[in-house]
Design a protein around this ligand. Sequence first.
Ligand code: PLP
Length: 427
Amino acid sequence: MTDSKNPQTLALHAGYRTDDATNAVAVPIYQTTSYQFDSADHASALFGLQELGNIYSRIMNPTNAVLEDRMTAIEGGAAALTVGSGQAASAMAIQNLASAGDNIVSSTDLYGGTWNLFANTLKAQGIEVRFVDPADPEAFRAATDDKTRAYYAETLPNPKLQVFPIAEVAAIGREMGVPLIMDNTAAPLLCRPFDHGAAIIVYSLTKYIGGHGTSIGGMIIDGGNFDWEANPERQPNLNTPDPNYHGAVWVDAVREMGPVAYIMRARTVLLRDLGAPLAPMNAFQIIQGLETLALRMREHCANADKVAAWLNDHPKVTSVTHPSLQDGEARRRANDYMPGGHGALLGFELAGGVEAGRAFIDKLEMLYHVANIGDARSLAIHPASTTHSQLTPEEQEATGVTPGYVRLSIGIEHVDDIIADLEQALG
Ligand code: PLP
């Protein structure tokens, strides 16, 4: 264990020293479904939340617990929950607060999968998502009513790649009793959302945190920094008896454990009932990635800054989207909220529009053409015909996807090789 606050150190040491049973230094893969109870009393204490401990791997697992504790330490939160994917994390982060008849207010600038979840699946469950343009933080206040349970946004939303006004919207939320949930998938270590007032962080672990492109995973981190009781009618799921857990009032039921009412409900109600746990093998793989995250983010960002500058000078490229090239308010937000670097996602528009975009993608030799971001390898995609193709043209426009837009996720290869492949493909 370590007292360090440095993410490089925490990524290697937080949450685990050696295995109690074997002294193993690498985090073991606890490939087990269930855990023997010490006695009948022990079993009922665990189920009654009088004692914390392992019951069943749909709800908790010791390998996953190391990943949860490590990420909690890195983000400066109170506790975390691993789930099967980033999508499960986004869905459960909201379902933990909002029920049918409630609403949340979300930034329009979202990953296409999250947009679908919000516009269709949550809607079908009776949870209304009110989309607002994050250019004006006050739009969040204007869209809030008595039934608003949360605000939601991405730190570095792709494809617009304009950093979200975290502190401004978090402050509005805190005035109104509404927690801000930040998807920090594109900016781990570069941005620390809790430092700016966010209450909850969600991650797709599939991306930079794993980095190797082997394992899908997600996480919800509770900042432990939001007063759920200050405005009890705003957060009924945590302040009124929960029939889902024999009438527990979550803020009271787990008071002794610290400020973890939100994440305990997510684990013991939602993960128990909906059942989308992270497999321990995947947790192990993601821990391997996390150990080198700081090194990789440094390389990702350095390469992306260079590629953005190179593309910006290319005659066939009409515009490049990357925080390093922004000015005004967008640059101010990037500087304030992502002091660790500009990120490694970038977009560009080709003079030839859709056809030129598609031809470029087909000519790439080293960059992979995949529906993913945050891999150690460089990746490319044409969002309008892939990730965002299930959105209407109006929705595509609202999320920043124009027909000729190409998105790159810059990897950690030598930057000369990345540029050489882009150059031949731009031909
Ligand atoms: N959030 C963001 C910003 C993403 O880019 C993605 C996936 O691309 C997700 C969430 C969903 O994550 P997963 O694919 O792990 O479900």
